[in-house]
Design a protein around this ligand. Structure first.
Ligand code: CAA
Length: 257
């Protein structure tokens, strides 16, 4: 069976490559289902890098040829499938990094925004061009773009559908760094390797708190932080991390089984 998601594992880091270059890695139902099962089944991994195959595209969006014939019910099911993938990534038991190596449009940008960190190559173009097709973002774009860049810029990007360059995206805070195309994956792997050496429970607790901060009152968010801070001490991570500091050695965190 041909696969449209390639998996490459190295120590605790996995690189998932959406591999449908003839359609610029567009997300059809089959790719989304495969991505969902790959994401749910990964084991012994602390960091996942998500990227697209080829030099042109990360993901050029949801598959337009598949969507063009959809009924409203099919469109709802397709959007629900996209949402299930986005939510799985957001709650995954590992940290996720999007390495945007070209076009990240529509569902492609929505997929990148599900990740915890986003880096891009100089040639990347990012946008939500759905309104050019008579549709709207369906994989979380109207919610997550606002959360990432604020109301007014998100409104402009969604209403105009005009993609922005990697440099513009960096200025807006949508992506973190811009690299030469050949440097993108090595640099992102370097970052992933560093993160993968940390305790996964503390990374995931921090990720959960940062992601949920805006959804709670300050009082509730501070309470959740105190509770998570305390709960972590029932794992071995604080002991190992702080003993290593005091003993002037590198910490060695094991993955929970
Ligand atoms: N769906 C299906 N096929 C796509 C695609 C997509 N989103 N994007 C590109 N392709 C296909 C093209 O049809 C073309 O196929 P053929 O060779 O068989 O004709 C192939 O990929 C190469 O694309 P182009 O020839 O168009 O390449 P280009 O360099 O001239 O242009 C591009 C690149 C600007 C990205 C252009 O392909 C484009 O505009 N693509 C559509 C982008 C888009 O609108 N994305 C949003 C989709 S809607 C969405 O994502 C909804 C949602 O939120 C759920």
């Amino acid at each position: 069976m041909s696969s449209s998601v390639q998996i490459q594992k190295e120590n605790r880091v996995a690189v998932l490559t959406i591999d449908r270059p003839k359609a610029l890695n567009a997300l059809n139902e089959e790719v989304l289902l495969e991505l969902r099962s790959v994401i749910s089944e990964l084991e012994n991994i602390s960091v996942v890098i998500l990227t697209g195959s080829g030099e042109k595209a990360f993901v050029a969006g949801a598959d337009i040829s598949q969507m063009s014939g959809m009924t409203p019910l099919q469109a709802r099911a397709f959007s629900e499938l996209g949402h299930s993938v986005i939510e799985l990534i957001e709650r995954s038991p590992y940290i996720t990094i999007a390495a945007v190596n070209g076009f990240a449009l529509g569902g492609g940008l929505e997929l990148a925004m599900a990740c915890d960190l986003i880096y891009a190559s100089k040639n990347a173009k990012l946008g939500l061009p759905e309104t050019n097709l008579g549709i709207i973002p369906g994989f979380g774009g109207t919610v997550n773009l606002v959360a990432r860049i604020g109301f007014h810029r998100a409104m402009e990007m969604i209403l105009t559908g005009k993609p922005i360059s990697a440099d513009e995206a960096r200025t807006l805070g949508l992506i973190l760094e811009v690299f030469e195309p050949q440097d993108l994956i090595p640099k992102v792997k370097e970052m992933a390797n560093k993160l993968s050496k940390k305790g996964i429970l503390s990374l995931l607790a921090a990720r959960r708190l940062v992601r949920s901060a805006a959804a709670h009152s300050k009082e509730k968010a501070m309470l959740l932080e105190r509770e998570s801070f305390a709960t972590l001490f029932s794992s071995g991570e604080p002991r190992e991390g702080m003993n290593a500091f005091l003993e002037k050695r590198e910490p060695h965190f094991s993955l929970p089984s």
